[in-house]
Structure formats: C-alpha cells, structure tokens
Design a binder for this molecule. Structure first.
Ligand code: SAM
Length: 178
C-alpha cells in the first residue's frame, strides 16, 4: 500500500514537472531554470540603474526578478503563463521580503502592456522574440539571454556571445540619469 502511494506521488511529481517545462513550449518558450551564477552574470551585464523598472516576460520562478530587485533599488514586473510558476515565484518573492517591489501577473506576454518598462529582460526563443517585435522595440533597453533578436545588431554583447543588449529610445534617456 505504502509503495503504491509513493509510486503515485512520484508519478504526480514528474507529470507536474513535465507540464511546467514542456507545456509552455506551446505558448511561447519552454522553462529552463538558471543557475545563480548565470543569474548574477545577467544582472551584472544589464547594468541596472536605481529607479528603473525591470520587466521579465516569461518570468519563470521569479529568481531573475528577485536578483534584479534585491541588488538594485528597482521595481520588478513579471508575466508568466504557467500558474504553478506564478505561485512558486510569488512564494519566493514573499520569502525574499520583496513583495512591495515585485509584481507577478498570470497571463501571456504577447498581450502584456510593457509601456511602463525601462528594461525588458527576455530569455525566450527566436520564434517568441519574433512574435514580440516590433511592438516593444522602439521603447526601451532590452536584455536577451541566449537568443538574440534576429536581424538586429546588438549595442553590446558579452564575450561568451550569449547575452545581448539592445539600447533603444527610452533606454538611452534612462541611462543618462545614473
Ligand atoms: C526559458 S524560461 C525563462 C524564465 C526566466 N525568465 C528566467 O530567465 O529564468 C521561459 C519562461 O516563459 C514562460 N512562457 C512561455 N510562454 C509564455 C507566454 N506566452 N506568456 C508568458 N510566459 C510564457 C515559460 O513558462 C517559462 O517559464
């Protein structure tokens, strides 16, 4: 009896994990949790300035937003399609005592209003990036991890060529007040 219950629990765990990782592919991008080292590299590369509003489209477990908001005095906004990750990220944010700085919305990034963003961070796929543009292109500083924006020259790239910075109109103004 105990073995059967254990078996069912393990099965449920793997079904949930598969749903969290694979199902989002059909909505825009799969989930791939980042190591703390990679998150720190991304935050350092983004050169965030106090007062900026940082958006993560497809915010996953929220750890990039947490790192961005705890290192710098900035507001974070995430949008995530998967309700389990929305719940998980909200839990992490409360545990990090950052609930007054970070908001996670449940929904699709393709209908999400980004007009308040100073910095947009994107770890998605080429296909999802193609769908997002050009709507957000002309407004802000955009940081992409692993997947660059096709046919657009980045302003800056790291030496591993997996972090891309696109500095557009709003970003230029924001960076001047540092
Ligand atoms: C590669 S992960 C990046 C997670 C996080 N941004 C990070 O860097 O650690 C992509 C995330 O986008 C989410 N996602 C996929 N399609 C989406 C959509 N249409 N709207 C919002 N989130 C979506 C997935 O559930 C997944 O958590």
């Amino acid at each position: 009896m105990m073995i059967t219950i254990l078996y069912i629990l393990v099965l449920i765990f793997f079904i949930l994990l598969a749903a969290m990782v694979i199902v989002p592919v059909f909505f825009g991008a799969p989930w791939h949790p980042l190591s703390d080292k990679n998150i720190n590299r991304i935050i350092k590369f983004a050169d965030l300035q106090p007062g900026e509003t940082f958006y993560d489209l497809g915010s996953g477990d929220g750890r990039v937003l947490i790192a961005a908001s705890s290192n710098q005095c900035l507001r974070g906004v995430g949008v995530e399609i998967d309700p389990i990750k929305v719940w998980l990220s909200r839990y992490f944010i409360i545990a990090a005592k950052l609930a007054d700085k970070i908001r996670i919305h449940r929904g699709s990034m393709f209908d999400f209003d980004v007009s308040e963003a100073d910095v947009i961070y994107l770890y998605l796929t080429h296909q999802a990036l193609d769908r997002l543009f050009p709507e957000i292109l002309d407004r802000m500083k955009i940081i992409c991890y692993r997947f660059c924006i096709r046919n657009l020259e980045p302003t800056k790239m790291n030496k591993d060529k997996n972090l891309f910075w696109y500095q557009v109109n709003k970003g230029r103004t924001v960076n001047e007040y540092s």
